[in-house]
Design a protein around this ligand. Structure first.
Ligand code: ATP
Length: 350
């Protein structure tokens, strides 16, 4: 077996110089990536940024135009899907409608020639894992969307793949079910020790579930890091804007506020809204006089849109902390404060 002589030899998944061209479109435009064994890894990006194509290249449903795919230290770039120790859970579940839930889960074992008794036991166990042990006798159409989703997961985990590829697996679920399934997915991944590669365009989902996230744009990884790194120190205006809401300061504004001529970002929750006062500015705090444009009630707090006296648009997030001392109302004149340390420099646009 050839190895690339670096991390590709030890990582669960390694991509090297990966490219996929569809006609004029470079769907994947030079991706280098190592995903560790047992990692919950998310690929996050807007529609059309190339996440699904990367997933399909890993699974073997697409053939790379250039570059290599490694699984567990083996170059599988030219291997067929069935020769790869990965399993894919698609958004549309792809269950067999005429089979019972239990038979759906056992199907992959049957294809692999596992005997009837053994596969029944293993399928029942997989259904227990996704807490559907009681529903093995039903048909898919007799289940809710969330239950069907779990059947699709059970069907994947029963095969005990080293790597599970999940393409927007929670996309069809309502918010409540989605949050429940997020917790279940995370626990499942931890308990089974399977490497998860999770495709989503939901930044909150990626932040809450992942060990690491790759943020995609136009077929390339814009930034790779832990949820905390991605959120707190975004490397570009693109990442800062896509992952969460942010206040972006262009070079001229940064020059004026901070004395540094480069793009900066500050998160809404770092802004404090106080009544206008004559309190002196400390060296480590920025204070701006502003007017409240709109206050949006969020349940857990308020999102407040402001315009500073010199025309800068800002968004602040007020969280309820027991006493909401500065309920900002539309038209109020206020002072917005934030620490210099909370303003993150962004890399110059490429
Ligand atoms: P989504 O979140 O909408 O699934 P994505 O980030 O997963 O988007 P891809 O599905 O990987 O993006 O698509 C990346 C680009 O490649 C898009 O411009 C898409 O139109 C194009 N593309 C994907 N598959 C094909 C194909 N089979 N033939 C032609 N173009 C394709």
């Amino acid at each position: 077996v050839a190895t690339s002589g670096d991390a590709a030899a030890t990582a669960a998944i390694s991509l090297r110089g990966l490219r996929k061209q569809f006609g004029d479109v470079a769907a994947v435009d030079g991706v280098d990536l190592d995903i560790a064994d047992g990692e919950f890894f998310s690929m996050l990006g807007p529609s059309g940024s190339g996440k699904t194509t990367v997933l399909r290249l890993i699974a073997g449903f697409e053939t790379a135009t250039a570059g290599t795919v490694w699984l567990g230290g083996t170059d599988v770039t030219r291997a067929a899907p069935f020769e790869r120790d990965v399993h894919t859970v698609f958004q549309d579940y792809a269950l067999f409608p005429h089979m019972s839930v239990l038979d759906n889960v056992a199907y992959g074992l049957r294809v692999r020639g596992i005997g009837r008794k053994d596969r029944r036991g293993r399928a029942e166990q997989a259904l227990d894992t996704v807490r559907l042990g009681q529903l093995g006798g039903r048909r898919p159409h007799q289940l809710s969307g969330g239950q069907r989703q779990r059947v699709a997961l059970a069907r994947a985990i029963v095969l005990e793949p080293r790597v599970l590829l999940l393409d927007e697996p929670l996309g069809a679920l309502d918010l409540k079910l989605r949050e429940q399934m997020q917790v279940e997915l995370k626990q499942l991944q931890r308990d089974l020790g399977i490497t998860f590669v999770f495709v989503t365009h939901d930044q909150e989902e990626a932040l809450t579930l992942s060990d690491r996230i790759a943020v995609f744009d136009a077929g390339r990884i814009q930034q790779l890091g832990t949820p905390r790194e991605i959120y707190e120190t975004p490397g570009s205006a693109y990442v800062a804007g896509f992952v969460g809401t942010t206040n972006l300061f262009d070079a001229a504004t940064s020059q004026r506020l901070l004395g540094v001529r480069a793009e900066h970002a500050v998160r809404p929750e770092r802004l404090r809204i106080t009544p206008t006062s004559a309190e002196p500015t400390t060296a480590d705090e920025i204070r701006l006089d502003a007017v409240v444009v709109e206050t949006i009630y969020l349940g857990t707090g308020n999102r407040v849109h402001l315009r500073t006296d010199d025309g800068l648009e800002l968004v602040a997030l007020e969280q309820y902390t027991g006493s909401l001392d500065s309920a900002a109302h539309r038209g109020d004149a206020v002072t917005v404060r934030f620490a210099r340390a909370d303003v993150v420099p962004l890399a110059a646009a490429p």
